[in-house]
Design a protein around this ligand. Structure first.
Ligand code: MF3
Ligand code: CO
Length: 249
């Protein structure tokens, strides 16, 4: 686990996450029916490299792309391909970089053109659950306060949180301690301290929480075929509360 102690350290964590946010902003403008998901991967690499940052996912545990593109029932780790985006899809974009010693990581889910009200609600609740979790990321709280806030928000809306993937500490490595499940109990787990860097990332299914991995070894889909949505921010815990490092403009 990385604990940021110096102002220049937090500034570097900010910078890498700002690049991630810039990439996601650019991708958001590009996401339209007719676009191939591989073109999104190419744009993500181009924007990151223009900033002097290295895409963090490519090569990580053998993952072959810079970007994860998770459409409809795909929960996370969907791979860019020749697939063409269609009106009515919802698309999760997850991106990370390494820049001057620090990793940044964030994800958003976007609608393609007109999508169903059901899909919009799922995305809205997922993002709300992320913010409910972030709000709990304060000095003196415990990790379980974040997890429980996410889970309560999701389940109150009638959805389920994925168990097989979790959020994580971030910093000098893409994944650091602690693991941050999107389910858990208030008051449990490690105490949160100033300077901790966390990537909180609820994955929310419309139906059952169970997922399965496709034969490509990466793509995680809902077992029941229901829609899934994913939002992620990297945050720093400060004495003044949580600071969202990967905030989009
Ligand atoms: N945001 C995801 C995570 O933190 C993305 C990782 S994709 C991988 O696990 F390819 F790098 F594994
Ligand atoms: Co992550």
């Amino acid at each position: 686990m990385v604990i940021l102690r110096l102002p220049e350290e937090i500034e570097r964590a900010r910078k890498s996450n700002r690049i991630v946010a810039e990439v996601l902003n650019r991708l958001r403008d590009k996401v339209k029916p007719g676009v191939r998901t591989k073109e999104l991967d190419r744009l993500a690499v181009e924007v990151a490299e223009k900033r002097g940052a290295q895409p963090a996912f490519k090569g990580y545990n053998g993952y072959p792309y810079a970007l994860c593109v998770s459409i409809n029932e795909v929960v996370v780790h969907g791979m860019p391909s020749e697939r063409i985006l269609e009106e009515g899809d919802i698309i999760g974009l997850d991106f990370g970089v390494y820049y001057q010693g620090f990793f940044g990581d964030a994800a958003i889910t976007l609608p393609l053109g007109k999508v169903t009200d059901k899909a919009l609600r799922l995305m809205r609740v997922t993002e709300e659950s992320l913010y409910a979790g972030i709000t709990q990321a304060r000095v003196g709280n415990r990790l379980g306060d974040i997890s429980a806030a996410v889970q309560d928000t999701v389940e109150a809306a009638g959805y389920s949180v994925v168990r097989d993937f979790v959020g994580h500490g971030i910093g000098k490595n893409l994944h650091e301690e602690p693991q941050i499940p999107n389910f858990g109990k208030k008051g449990r787990g490690i105490e949160l301290k100033s300077g901790m860097l966390l990537a909180i990332e609820p994955m929310v299914n419309e139906g059952d929480y169970k997922v399965q991995i496709l034969p490509d070894g990466w793509t995680a889909v809902t077992k029941d075929g229901s829609l899934s949505s994913h939002f992620e921010h990297s945050i720093a815990i400060t004495d003044n509360g949580p600071e969202i490092l990967s905030k989009l403009n």
